[in-house]
Design a protein. Structure first.
Length: 384
């Protein structure tokens, strides 16, 4: 089949690899002029690593990823550690793959490198989708910068604000939560000496929480702060200041204050997700990744869901059935899991930002829960 994918993000590149590996002729059309190093850290749970392994992209990715040995949850004011989730060899043995963290740009580069080894994939930058014509359901026609392109299957991997979704599932729009996500990259030296460089650190405050861990082979510190009811922002790259971020954590403990005060260019994006919906495909056109099921980042599963989609879509299209039936089965296979991630991420974000008596109860529950129980609570995510 001739397959045209809109969007060279994680979903688009992963799908290109999975489908080209099964013999399809794949073109990927990306609006950005080149592969851009935008974004911050991504957590790659064992399910994401397994998907990368099955795409044949893990060998390129592994050297660019960092291997945290625990997720430590601290109180944003006192710095006290509320819980510790070990991610070492027992965790890896339990799920059959390791837990890693990486910069989004490194994952994109690893996927782009893997795609470049396949003769039947072309990735074209500077091509913006402006329209999708589905008047012949079996032969979608895409408009890129005003030029038409026909294909046997059109895949919308064009993110949370997908244009393809407007044709395939009209009326489905992103839901802004009112939270703002601030991100910054600092040199690794910004990590205070008392903070374990091999851990993912999470700080829980009232109405705000922050995550910090090393990426890029341990050279840079990735910091993301999620703040409720901050001033609205547009796009992925709105400029922000450290004063805005610090203001969300009044009375921050010394470690958190040091991390947030580091010299860095702060950027912000508005937290948004999609209410789970039915109808990811129409004729020979389908949505994957954030275009189908954008999620908040609080379970750290947006990239993982995109990678899993790619593997599943290629498997469903490989069974020789008619394309619409294969696409319906793809949605059926992915719907419950991705919906659970979307709704679970919302809940997790609320739990992280609790204040007053609710936060006290949360902290007690975290303290009483042994790590083995914490791991089993998350098993449905990492088993995949
Ligand atoms: C710039 C950027 C920064 C991000 N930073 C983070 C981060 O720091 N942490 C995090 O957890 N997640 C981040 N994400 C989201 C994360 O990458 C996704 O949630 C997840 O990887 C799923 O990816 P996706 O491929 O479905 O969508 P996306 O990653 O959103 O990729 C969609 C791609 O489609 C392209 N596109 C959109 N519209 C068109 C069009 N009309 N024509 C052609 N191309 C189009 C976009 O340019 C983009 O490359 C970021 C996404 C983007 C786009």
């Amino acid at each position: 089949m001739r397959i045209a994918i809109t969007g060279a993000g994680i979903a688009g590149l992963a799908a290109a690899i999975a489908l080209a590996s099964r013999g399809h002729e794949v073109s990927v059309h990306e609006q950005a002029g080149r592969l851009e190093a935008i974004g911050a850290g991504l957590q790659l749970g064992p399910n994401a690593v397994r998907a990368l392994q099955s795409l044949g992209a893990w060998d390129a990715m592994a050297p660019r990823a960092c291997a945290p040995d625990a997720i430590l949850v601290h109180d944003a004011r006192t710095g006290a550690t509320r819980s510790s989730l070990p991610l070492g060899s027992r965790f890896e043995a339990r799920f059959g793959a390791p837990y890693r963290v990486a910069h989004r740009a490194d994952l994109l580069k690893a996927l782009a490198d893997a795609a470049a080894t396949l003769d039947n994939v072309s990735v074209v930058h500077g091509q913006r989708l402006t329209g999708l014509d589905l008047s012949d359901l079996a032969a979608p026609r895409l408009q890129f910068n005003g030029t038409a392109q026909a294909c046997d299957l059109a895949i919308g991997a064009d993110g949370v604000r997908s244009l393809m979704r407007k044709s395939i599932a009209p009326g489905i729009e992103p839901r802004q939560t009112g939270d703002v996500l601030y991100r910054a990259l600092s040199p690794a030296s910004a990590l205070p000496p008392g903070m374990d460089p091999d851990a993912v650190h999470m700080f829980l405050g009232a109405g705000a929480h922050a995550v910090a861990y090393l990426v890029s082979g341990g050279k840079r510190l990735n910091i993301v702060a999620s703040v409720a009811s901050a001033a609205p922002v547009e796009g992925w790259n709105a400029l922000a200041t450290r004063e805005q971020v610090l203001a969300a954590f009044p009375g921050a403990c010394e470690a958190l204050h040091t991390v947030l005060s580091a010299r860095a260019n702060w950027l912000a994006w508005a937290a948004a997700d999609l209410e789970p919906f039915n109808g990811w495909s129409k004729g020979h056109a389908v949505l994957i990744g954030d275009a189908a099921h954008a999620t908040l980042p609080h379970l750290a599963q947006g990239a993982a869901m995109a990678l899993e989609d790619a593997v599943e879509l290629a498997a469903q299209l490989g069974d020789g059935e008619a394309v619409p039936a294969s696409l319906a089965r793809f949605e059926a296979a992915r719907k419950d899991r991705t919906s659970r991630i979307v709704l679970g991420s919302r809940t997790q974000g609320r739990i992280y930002k609790m204040s007053g008596p609710a936060a006290i109860a949360r902290n007690l529950a975290m303290k009483l829960m042994p790590p083995s129980r914490q791991i089993e609570r998350l098993a449905w995510i990492y088993e995949g």
